[in-house]
Design a protein around this ligand. Structure first.
Ligand SMILES: [Zn+2]
Length: 397
């Protein structure tokens, strides 16, 4: 655990220093006088903290500002490449790893489809997959010539309920997994590891960097192989007593309907996930098809695609109506690969959700697509280690 300890010593602990680096992250460059003014911290303390930040490589002196009489003040500027962070997203079919800097710019990316002996489901499968991910991360560290001290950590996004303090993936029905501990991984890589539910990670990314930057009350609906939601109330992620709030993918939408991997029947994700849509279409045309080809057929007006898409939107809308009735959110953000086909999605979906009813009407809740589409959860995962530098501690209810 030595590596983790030395990395921890690198990170910013005092509130004043954190306040200064947050300010410089937002404003990019300021003089020490301006920093003192904006933070209310005394000039000598600012000077001490800035000197420490320069030593640690987070900021640098970058020229002088015009003088209002006397010596010209020195400009201090933020260095986005001072530290790096990894984000990893694991699904049933693939995994994605991104390397970002402090500005959450993607510096490097690895995307792999599973198969050929590598799977995310079963304990054996996930252990092999995690070993593979470790090897990819080592490869990216070498390729980008990163010093390990400059890597803040690795955030994992997983499709299931997690205990983030204990680093345990508690239950992931689509991966047939229970109680997978990520602690060993941290020891193996000698880097801090964080885990978060996939929809929560995506909601986190959209809140900090994406479409939801100015929003405080929203439900993020992640549509992938399965479905998950991240609930944000007054800027807080609502997780509930047992950290499994937002499992709307498993609310019953059809009584005694299609069987679900969770053991129940008629779950929403069996009708409104990307997996369900492609399964229904593949079944009707008797061959496997991916999302891109489905939308090509839909654009051409192919009759089966048109009919199944309309049915799909009915189910998606029914679930969203339930969510509106339960939570009355200001916004619903739709994420996942399907959100990349906004022109087919948003308008008909709004019409179906806001069909005349006695409770709510169009405009009460705004529905739109996510900024990061299929990368939202990976970007959110990469944000988790940045809490060591910035004030982005996930606020959790
Ligand atoms: Zn289910």
């Amino acid at each position: 655990l030595l590596g983790i300890k030395s990395v921890d010593q690198e990170t910013i602990k005092t509130a004043n220093k954190k306040m200064i680096i947050n300010l410089l992250y937002n404003k990019r460059e300021l003089t020490k006088q301006q920093i003192a003014l904006e933070t209310g911290v005394s000039i000598p303390t600012v000077i001490n903290n800035v000197n420490e930040l320069i030593e640690e490589g987070f900021v640098e002196e970058a020229g002088v500002a015009p003088s209002s009489g006397g010596r010209k003040p020195i400009i201090v500027s933020f260095k986005p490449n001072a530290r790096y962070s990894f984000g990893v997203d694991i699904t049933l079919h693939d995994f994605r790893i991104i390397l970002t800097n402090l500005d959450s710019e993607i510096v490097d990316e690895v995307y792999r489809k599973l198969g050929d002996g590598l799977t995310a489901d079963s304990v054996k499968g996930i252990n092999k997959l995690l070993a593979n991910i470790c090897a990819e991360i080592e490869g990216m560290i070498n390729k980008n010539q990163l010093q390990r001290e400059r890597v803040l950590g690795i955030g994992f996004s997983v499709p299931g309920t997690v205990n983030e303090e204990a680093l345990v993936l508690e239950l992931a029905p689509n991966l047939s997994l229970k109680n997978i501990n990520f602690k060993e991984l941290s020891e193996k890589l000698q880097l801090p590891v964080y885990i978060e539910n996939e929809a929560n990670a995506a909601a986190f990314a959209e809140l900090r960097l994406g479409v939801a930057k100015d929003m405080r009350n929203l439900v993020y609906v992640s549509i992938t192989e399965g479905m998950g939601t991240g609930i944000v109330v007054q800027d807080y992620l609502y997780k509930g007593k047992n950290k499994r709030a937002g499992e709307f993918g498993h609310m019953t939408i059809v009584k005694d309907g299609r069987g679900c991997k969770c053991g129940r029947k008629g779950c929403w994700e069996r009708y409104a996930s990307e997996g369900a849509l492609l399964e229904a279409y593949s079944h009707e045309i008797c061959k496997d098809i991916n999302l891109e080809s489905f939308f090509q057929e839909l654009a051409k007006g192919q009759s089966t695609a048109v009919r199944l898409w309309d049915e799909y939107l009915d189910y998606l809308a029914a679930g969203l109506q339930n969510i509106i009735l339960i939570l009355d959110p200001h916004y619903i953000v739709i994420g996942g690969p399907i959100s990349g086909y906004e022109e087919f999605l948003i308008k008909p979906l709004r019409e179906k959700v806001f069909i005349e009813n006695s409770f709510f009407s169009a405009g009460d809740t705004k529905i739109f697509t996510a900024k990061f589409q299929s990368r939202a959860s990976t970007i959110g995962a990469a944000l988790l280690p940045l809490q060591k530098v910035f004030f982005i501690n996930q606020k959790v209810l």
